[in-house]
Design a binder for this molecule. Structure first.
Ligand code: HOZ
Length: 425
């Protein structure tokens, strides 16, 4: 038995499902997970000594690849001074400034520890600011595991086929309205009916948790116009897209300015982090400046700040995103060529360095089309890729991430592997 299997057997006795986050259990691909020993650049190494080219990248944060020497150096330097103080540090200010310089809609920002915390807090703030209770979200978008946002969520909920979650009181989710992604007509109808009760619309500007689903042309712009007109706050959940799609996130890429933005992943350089920010007129309501309460012992943790600062400094250099785009385009185009040459129904969706190979005949534009994919075929593809040393996300409903550490050779090897995988599907 492999060491990974042994560890997984033991882990299941102590940790629910053997994992600390559901998708990691590889349930939907009919396998047991690899336990990872280390990561270096584009590769991860399991406890049995096997190497894999990694397209999970810790689910998005590792845009520079694993253990980037400059990030490791910054962490070592910070570590020597202590790990947490529960008191302000200059590092928090430095990261806040970097975020604001990059993202035009951020006038103030509050650091938290995860994307879940960021979205929960942003929604509390939106409700307090508007004095309204209702929240619009979109089917298949995933905004962390806060009670009111689990309704028709993507990511692990989609992977495991769970529509919501027991333990979430019906009374609580009666304020959540979940609508089809990319369907502006549905949004207009709801706003016409109950616009005055709606505090905010929260949206992934590029959906990344039902697989990658880009916004249709005009979708984000129309959301902005409608919300503006009705005094509803627009919240962009850029936990995945922030610093992934461009240095200023998806909002800079599409040139749409939300009222509030949620961040995470890349801004912590691989350490636990989250942040939410936006117009200072709104942000000023957060305690202790205002009375909307939100707090956290490890918020603004110096190690997370240091890793985030170093990551952003590297990303801000000229040409970084052009390089990433060029490499990403190569992989997506080659995958499209493979798809074209077979009669297996498949579709490659991508924006920049995030993408998904959907097993479906036709385009994926929302949760219903995503759910219509052949997940059995996806599992086969996943297993075939793994056999050839490619670590693809273990779910049809997650994004694959390309990093700056992926070399041309890595990408060419991945294309070869995909070519072989398609032969046996
Ligand atoms: N919800 C994450 C992906 N969208 C998965 C987190 C994890 O398992 O680490």
């Amino acid at each position: 038995m492999s060491r990974s299997k042994e560890l997984f057997e033991q882990a299941q006795r102590y940790i629910p499902g053997g994992v600390n986050s559901p998708v990691r259990a590889w349930k939907s691909v009919g396998m047991t997970p690899l336990f990872i020993e280390k990561g270096e650049g584009s590769k991860i190494y399991d406890v049995d000594g096997n190497a894999y080219i990694d397209y999970v990248g810790s689910w998005g944060p590792l845009i520079l690849g694993h253990s980037h020497p400059r990030v490791v150096k910054a962490l070592k330097k910070t570590l020597k001074k202590g790990t947490s103080f529960g008191a302000p540090t200059a590092l928090e200010l430095e990261l806040a400034r970097l975020l604001m310089d990059a993202i035009p809609s951020l006038e103030m920002v509050r650091m938290v520890n995860s994307g879940t915390e960021a979205t929960m807090s942003a929604i509390r703030l939106a409700r307090a600011y508007t004095g309204r209770d209702k929240v619009i979200k979109f089917d298949g978008c995933y905004h962390g595991h806060g009670d009111l946002l689990l309704v028709k969520g993507g990511s692990g909920l989609a992977t495991l086929g769970i529509p919501g979650s027991p333990g979430v009181p019906g009374d609580l989710v009666k304020h959540t309205l979940s609508l089809p992604y990319n369907n502006i007509k549905a949004v207009k109808e709801v706003i016409e009916r109950e616009g005055r009760d709606i505090a905010c619309i929260i949206v992934e500007p590029i959906a990344g948790n039902m697989g990658v689903v880009p916004p249709k042309e005009g979708f984000l712009e129309e959301l902005r116009a409608l919300t503006h007109k009705e005094g509803i706050l627009l919240i962009f959940d850029e936990v995945i897209t922030g610093f992934r799609i461009s240095y200023g996130g998806a909002q800079k890429f599409y040139d749409v300015k939300p009222d509030l933005t949620c961040l995470g992943k890349i801004i912590g350089g691989g350490l636990p982090v989250g942040a939410y920010g936006g117009r200072s007129e709104i942000m000023r309501h957060i305690a202790p400046q205002g009375n909307v309460y939100q707090a956290g012992t490890l918020s603004g943790n110096p190690l997370a700040m240091a890793a985030g600062i170093e990551t952003l400094k590297i990303l801000s250099k000229n040409g970084t995103y052009e390089t990433l785009e060029k490499r990403s385009q190569f992989l997506w185009n080659e995958l499209k060529n493979i798809v074209k040459k077979t009669n297996i129904p498949a579709y490659v969706a991508h924006v920049g360095s995030m993408g998904t190979l959907f097993f479906i005949n036709g385009e994926v534009t929302d949760f219903n089309t995503a759910k219509a994919c052949d997940t059995h075929m996806f599992s086969k593809y996943f297993r075939e890729m793994l056999k050839q040393g490619i670590y693809w996300p273990p779910s049809q409903f997650e994004a694959s991430f390309i990093s700056l550490a992926h070399s041309e050779e890595d990408l060419e090897n991945t294309v070869k592997a995909a070519h072989e995988a398609f032969k046996v599907l």
